[in-house]
Design a protein around this ligand. Structure first.
Ligand code: NAD
Length: 480
């Protein structure tokens, strides 16, 4: 069993208190490693290190192209070590190995993509009058704080680290207490890539301790958070005390809207995939199936058949669906099955723990029909492999149901009618819309983020850079 340390100011250290936490493999509940239980004191050290690194000549005067080269080197190291990283991710999260490899490649792509951007962060010249030269420059924020969840640890870590560093910030990251392994491995690769000390710091620990201390720290300049609405709310509150900007990505209850004229086999494949990938523990999971009433039986049967073919098992055995992250999450999913029963919905597939898959936290892929659009089951994020069917009659009804939750992250639209697709695409309240696909391969280039309680701010693509820079306007009087 590994005894891990965290990474502050370019050093591998224990927590100041010496306290530790263990992380387990959710497929078999075995302890994989222990790691430091950081708190306020450790966060202070990490923020000091990041501030010193930010102010240091080495970072202030580094060529933007050189920041790009460092990220490119990191990308190369991630690719070289993909086997180790994917194995760590699968052990820590339980996700199928093929998915972990895909996540590691996405992490490499974030570094590659933002490496290319580092020397292309441009300002503007703004015409005012002939004797004034007015221009803007995009400067880094300073020290950015990154609080990462457990569902896609290495992906989400690099999703914000890479643009932050490309733009010239220095970073303090707090990975989830359930899944610290790949963030710590990433720190080792950052060190190997040759980033100056203190540019990347990782403080491990619990959300209520290390996470809360980081969010409330007066010397950070921006917070990026992905996770629950409840935690997002407390992070905003902490940030408000210090007037710090936040980028929040808080999940969803995303619909796939399937019309009778769609390619139903293709739609069924993606509907199932979008709710079972990562055992449904995905912020952008397609957790509501809105199906045109005329094909309800036919389509629901297709989805049920596909769900029945999925193999639930350990991530290292590369099953289709791995375990749920923790007993707490498993119990939470089970509680929604009770809600379904109480609300009179019909459980068509699954609905139970999957004991045959092993002694880990396995849950059957689940399909629930006859739920009411306004019910808790159809409104709340379950964060498990649980799909809720909601039939609709007209396109207006589909729109009302699609927009009828507090969330707004992703919408899938399945139809061969371009007019219906575009009518809906322009009216749904969600940050991403996919027509006849779901995710488009998950490209790092695409803008991603939420409407309403799914959060605000945009990640991925060029749009993300806006959060890691602040704009300074300079006006020069020309006296001649
Ligand atoms: P969470 O939001 O509490 O945890 C996410 C991260 O925030 C972790 O690193 C955690 O340590 C940290 N954190 C927790 N409390 C904090 C605080 N007060 N201050 C600062 N940081 C804090 O999520 P959870 O409790 O692990 O999961 C609960 C629910 O959140 C899930 O069921 C799911 O609905 C949602 N969730 C969403 C996503 C997503 O990708 N949008 C990811 C994970 C969880």
């Amino acid at each position: 069993m590994a005894q891990l340390q965290m990474f502050i100011a370019g050093e591998w250290v224990d927590s100041v208190s010496g306290a530790e936490i263990a992380t387990i493999n959710p497929a078999n509940k075995e302890v994989i490693a222990t790691f430091p239980r950081g708190n306020q004191e450790d966060v202070d050290l990490a923020v000091k290190a990041a501030r010193a690194a930010f102010e240091a000549k080495a970072w202030q005067e580094i060529l933007p192209a050189e920041r790009g080269r460092l990220l490119l080197k990191l990308c190369q190291l991630i690719r070289e070590q993909k086997d180790e990283l994917a194995n760590l991710e699968t052990q820590d999260t339980g996700k199928p190995l093929a998915q972990a490899y895909a996540d590691v490649e996405v992490a490499a792509r974030y570094c590659e993509y933002y490496a290319g951007v580092a020397d292309k962060i441009l300002g503007e010249t703004i015409p005012i009058r002939s004797d004034v030269l007015n221009y803007t420059v995009r400067e880094p924020m300073g020290v950015t704080a990154h609080i990462v969840p457990w569902n896609y640890p290495i992906q989400i870590a690099t999703r914000s680290f890479a643009p932050a560093v490309a733009a010239g910030n220095t970073v303090v990251m707090k990975p989830a207490e359930d899944t610290p392994l790949t963030a710590l491995r990433l720190a080792a690769l950052v060190e190997q890539a040759g980033f100056p000390r203190g540019v990347f710091n990782v403080v491990t620990g619990y959300g209520m301790e290390a996470g809360a201390a980081l969010a409330a720290h007066p010397d950070i300049d921006h917070i990026t958070f992905t996770g629950s609405v409840a935690t997002g709310t407390s992070i905003m509150r902490a940030a408000a005390q210090n007037i710090k900007p936040v980028t929040l990505e808080l999940g969803g209850k995303s619909p796939n809207i399937v019309f009778a004229d769609a390619d139903l086999d293709d739609a069924a494949h993606w509907v199932v995939r979008s709710i079972t990938q990562n055992a449904g523990q995905t912020c952008s999971a397609g957790s509501r199936l809105l199906v045109e009433a005329s094909i309800r039986e036919l389509f629901v049967a297709k989805v049920a058949d596909l769900m029945a073919t999925l193999r639930v098992g350990a991530g290292l055995d590369n099953a289709d669906i791995g375990p749920i992250i923790s007993d707490k999450q498993l119990q939470r999913i089970e509680s929604y099955i009770e809600v379904a029963r109480d609300e009179g919905a019909e459980i068509r597939v699954g609905g139970r723990r999957h004991h045959e898959a092993g002694n880990g936290f396995f849950f059957e892929p689940t399909l629930i029909d006859s739920a009411k659009p306004g019910s808790r089951l159809a409104q709340e994020e379950i964060f498990g492999p649980v799909l809720v069917v909601l039939p609709f009659g007209t396109i207006e009804e589909a729109l009302a149901i699609a927009n009828g939750t507090e969330y707004g992250l992703v919408t899938g639209i399945w139809t061969s009618n371009i007019h219906k697709a575009n009518w809906l695409a322009s009216r749904v309240k969600s940050g991403q819309v996919f027509i006849n696909n779901y995710g488009a391969g998950g490209g790092v280039e695409m803008t991603f983020g939420g409407y309403r309680k799914s959060g605000f701010g945009r990640e991925k693509g060029l749009e993300a850079l806006k959060h890691y820079t602040q704009v300074k306007n300079v006006a020069v009087k020309i006296n001649l």
